[in-house]
Design a protein around this ligand. Structure first.
Ligand code: ZN
Length: 843
């Protein structure tokens, strides 16, 4: 009763008093021709969650009514929601905005300072976008002297919603469960979203990791806009647990990125913090700094700009997650959280104006430090290229170009670190370039860390994620042309009366297989290598190469030719036409080693307990890169599924129920011929449920633990987690899971603690961690012993079927192009793996 009484008191001012008094008590002159968000929306800010389309409509209304606003559409999301940025400045500045933009890129100092305010990258942290609305209103309507000065001296880029699809998922959830009166009970459905929640985007990816990876359109559009403008300041507004207060930078000292000049962390952040403190002090709000949050990884909205000589600022507000929620003190209202975010926005503007000389110095020093770091480095360039995989190489180059890293064709073939890189097939990134700090971030695996607990990854080397052959060049090299975009030459498909062949080393090979199978083509794969003579030159086809005979098809030779051409167009991979089955080397095309690939029909259990990220990564891969439908079935419906309708089950990491009915159902299906693919903790589950007989590496509990003071518990235990590091495995490239790999040594990403023992037979450890496997990043000394020589990928034959167990997630963040292939091989070729029947007999 008492709680409800307090609640009513808290809500009263919000619902009945005109908005300006709560949000901007000190505003003197507000232009009456500009509608407040309340007038526009028909409800007070904080009393309802504002839909994304209404946010866009309001921002566009300000564009129409105010000569301070110009709105640009920078793209749209997977869910067809438009991404807008409002460019806010004085009418005089607007008349020369393009000139300001260009001069800003050149580093001019006699122009208004450019900053960006960004909101709601996590869709279910909604106070930020509501604060964006009132910030936009204030900048459009305020006639106060201070505001006029801001508009005169700044260009403010305001992006109200970084993650429109996630924002709307949460918005609908909060609004559809809203009570009248509000229900503050934390257990109420309003405060507890259904799986997977609104944090992520359409494919359940965390967009606040994607600034570096650019996997999704939201990020790619934003990165393009960022590089057109290069603001000095970028904010990133978030929410955290309801019982917390408010956070602003500086962050944890030991989590500062060591290759970014320290002036940012030591001087600029503390200075800006004074303004944030002043803003929040004025309304009595509590806050903290320095104790948490990481600035290491370049892919956060609050860190990306740090790698281009700016300051990224993280704000975290305790979440009301819903309209009002009880806490350990008084109920936290949505309006209160919005007001803090709004005050942080205004404080950012105040700080940026007052400290603009500091910001100019930050940028200038950053780029001169980058150039002197580059000069001092023994590495003169990074050479790379995978001539046998044009798709993967192009994707890697695209990513470098997205970060405005200069990439050149290699002018002359060179040998570096024992590897030869050929002119015409290789590329080089010189270290002597403006964006050297970003170059290092993309290529280095050991950016020194000063801490052992990680909020996220401890390494993010892109060159390893792409499993890209590369080397550091310490001597001279010759540059060719500067690349604007990767180019690709494709061989036209010649009609065959006998067979078409395809090498599967290209990343898009599985896309081509899927396209062919969807056109009703029977596709085969060769378990043994062979060679053909092609225009007088011997062409080698390694293990796994694709064979498509023209006869023994359900479709005619003409239809087949069309289907092959379509696959070639869709996937950009080459097909060779042959008129004979007699090969120059290796097996012939009619060999028993050439086996028919069953068209996969994939089921992926999802729902509460399953990792939304990992499920989303598998879904995104199959949807976007392969073009294959995948049935995502909620675990709650598992008992109703007829598993015989599927050939492959993918179980990503998660906490699955120790439900015997479920595991028996899967076991029977596997025994009857199904292919089960398990990742990370799903592999543990399959072992513990007895679906396979493989074993985990034991993790013994320490008998007499050393005594440690309570204060250090979090740090000590945190140091045992694997935040994300890169390791080397040895891959059996004659096993179908290794098909299409050119090198046995492959980099894998590990951020979990599933340790698999090597297989029970000599043949079923498909990928094994090497004896000293750590390539880059942090791992606790006890875990490195567990990882060394353990199995990374196992194959377990069970009855007519098989289980393929991964200790890690090969699809991490949509960026591990290097390991996606093992996963796709498991999916397409898994059903073809078997061991000889007499296996296990004594020799
Ligand atoms: Zn967040």
């Amino acid at each position: 009763m008492k709680a409800i009484f307090i609640l009513l008191l808290l809500c009263l001012p919000l619902l009945t008093v005109a908005q300006p008094n709560y949000y901007y008590p000190s505003a003197k002159n507000l232009n009456k021709n500009i509608p407040t968000p309340e007038e526009f929306l028909g409800y007070p800010i904080g009393s309802h969650h504002t839909r994304h389309d209404k946010i866009v409509e309001y921002i566009k209304t300000l564009d129409r009514l105010s000569d301070r606003f110009v709105v640009e559409e920078i793209g749209s999301t997977i869910g067809h929601r438009v991404q807008v940025v409002a460019k806010i400045t004085s009418p005089a500045n607007h008349s020369r905005l393009e000139e300001i933009r260009k001069k800003n890129l050149e580093g001019a100092t006699d122009i208004p300072i450019v900053i960006q305010l960004g909101y709601n990258v996590h869709g279910n942290e909604p106070s930020s976008s509501e604060a964006a609305l009132i910030t936009a209103y204030y900048l459009a309507a305020s006639e106060d002297e201070e505001t006029l000065k801001w508009l005169n001296d700044m260009v403010i880029l305001l992006d109200p919603v970084y993650n429109p699809d996630g924002r709307d998922r949460h918005t609908h959830w909060a609004n559809m469960h809203k009570g009248s009166p509000f229900v503050s009970d934390p257990l109420d459905r309003e405060h507890n979203e259904a799986w997977p929640g609104g944090r992520t985007n359409h494919y359940w990816f965390d967009l606040n990791r994607d600034w570096f990876l650019g996997v999704h359109p939201e990020s790619r559009n934003r990165m393009k806009f960022f590089h057109q403008w290069r603001p000095y300041v970028m904010t990133d507004h978030h929410e955290m647990g309801s019982n917390s207060s408010f956070y602003f930078d500086p962050g944890k000292y030991t989590s500062n990125n060591p290759i970014v000049p320290a002036y940012l962390y030591d001087v600029v952040h503390p200075k800006f913090a004074e303004y944030f403190a002043e803003g929040l002090n004025s309304i009595g709000s509590l806050y903290f700094t320095k104790e948490a949050y990481d600035k290491l990884y370049p892919g956060y909205g609050s860190s990306y700009v740090n790698f281009y000589g700016g300051i990224g600022i993280l704000f975290e507000q305790a979440s009301s997650r819903g309209h009002v929620q009880e806490t350990t003190t008084i109920p936290l209202t949505f309006g209160f959280t919005i007001r803090n975010q709004f005050y942080a926005s205004l404080a950012t503007i105040r700080a940026s104006i007052a400290e603009k000389d500091m910001l100019r110095k930050l940028r200038k020093d950053f780029f001169s430090s980058a150039m002197s770091q580059a000069k001092a480095s023994p590495i003169k360039g990074y050479v790379f290229g995978e001539p046998k995989d044009a798709t993967r190489t192009a994707a890697f180059i695209n990513l470098l170009l997205m970060h405005q890293i200069e990439v050149y064709e290699l002018g002359q073939s060179i040998t570096a670190n024992g590897k030869t890189f050929e002119k015409g097939k290789s590329f080089v990134v010189p270290t002597a370039q403006t964006n050297y700090i970003m170059v290092r971030s993309a290529f280095e695996k050991d950016i020194t860390y000063r801490d052992s607990t990680f909020y996220d990854a401890s390494t993010w080397s892109l060159v390893h994620a792409f499993n890209m052959p590369h080397a550091e060049v310490k001597g001279a090299f010759t540059k060719g042309n500067l690349l604007q975009a990767p180019s690709k030459s494709m061989m036209p498909v010649v009609k065959s009366n006998y067979a078409y062949l395809m090498d599967i080393t290209d990343y898009n090979a599985h896309r081509a297989i899927n396209k062919l199978q969807s056109s009703n083509v029977i596709v085969r794969t060769s378990f043994k290598p062979f060679s053909i003579m092609n225009n007088g030159v011997e062409k080698n086809f390694p293990h796994g190469s694709i064979v498509i005979p023209v006869q023994q098809q359900k479709i005619s030779a003409d239809e087949l030719y069309v289907a092959v051409k379509e696959a070639n167009q869709s996937a950009g991979v080459d097909f060779y036409s042959v008129e004979t089955g007699l090969n120059s080397k290796g097996v012939d095309l009619g060999s028993a080693a050439v086996r028919t690939i069953k068209k996969p029909k994939v089921l992926m259990p999802i729902g509460v307990g399953v990792s939304g990220y990992e499920a989303g990564e598998a879904w995104h891969l199959l949807d976007q890169r392969i073009g294959m439908p995948v049935s995502k079935v909620d675990l709650l419906n598992f008992s109703r599924i007829n598993l015989n309708d599927y050939t492959v089950i993918v179980m990503v990491g998660g906490t699955y129920p120790s439900d015997k009915a479920m595991s028996d159902k899967i076991k029977i299906w596997v025994q009857a011929g199904g292919t089960l693919i398990t990742l990370k903790t799903a592999s543990e589950w399959a072992i513990k449920q007895g679906i396979v007989k493989e074993k985990l590496v034991a993790i013994d509990t320490v008998k007499n633990p050393k005594r440690v003071d309570f204060e250090w518990a979090a740090d000590t235990e945190g140091a045992k987690q694997i935040g994300g590091s890169i390791f080397q495995v040895d891959l059996d490239i004659t096993n179908p899971i290794g098909f299409g790999y050119t090198d046995r040594k492959v980099s894998v990403y590990r951020n979990g603690r599933t340790f698999l023992q090597p297989g029970k037979t000599p043949y079923n450890t498909i990928a094994q961690y090497t004896a000293s496997p750590l390539i880059g990043g942090y791992i606790h000394k006890t875990d490195i012993k567990r990882v060394a020589n353990s199995a990374a990928v196992l194959f377990a034959p069970e009855g007519q079927g098989r289980v393929i167990l991964f200790s890690d997630n090969p699809n991490f963040r949509g960026t591990w192009y290097g390991t996606n292939k093992m996963f796709l091989n498991a999916l397409f070729f898994g059903s073809l793996i078997s061991l000889p029947t007499n296996f296990g007999e004594e020799e």
